[in-house]
Write a new protein. Sequence first.
Length: 172
Amino acid sequence: MSKLDGVLGTIDRISEKSGSIAKWFMAACFFVVFYDVVARYLFNSATIWAYDMAYFFYAANFLLAGCYVQRHHSHIRVDVIFNLLSQRNRAILEACFYIVLTIPLIAILTYSTIIFAADSWLCWEASMYTVWHPPVYPIKTVIALGYSLLLLQALSDFVRCLRTIVEGDSAL
């Protein structure tokens, strides 16, 4: 096994772990919404924190699952023409999309969300949209982390495409 295989394997394991963590945020989101509904409708005692926490948990789930979805190619795409191509031609087409669209877009989003999170930490930013005013710098950090992990997985997949282009179908 080459060093490259080790790096790609490590990125894949990180994406798998991120997906495992993401599912727990969805469970937490469900619990918070359930608790809020029960508190509000059975005990006539609304919470001031449930909306924000459900929002944060759902956002964390969505953002941390992105690299997992990319790893397993579970995103939505139209495969009508794509499935007619050979593995090598698929890799060429995917590599073009990675170079032109995917990697530049995710890189820009990663950079901007890191700045976004850093600024939020510097001023200890709090939400102004609800009565509770929770801190938002943790979720802004998760946004930056989610995009960073997605960028890593996209780069890993791009390298695999290049390998398939060079080595042919046997590289998969």
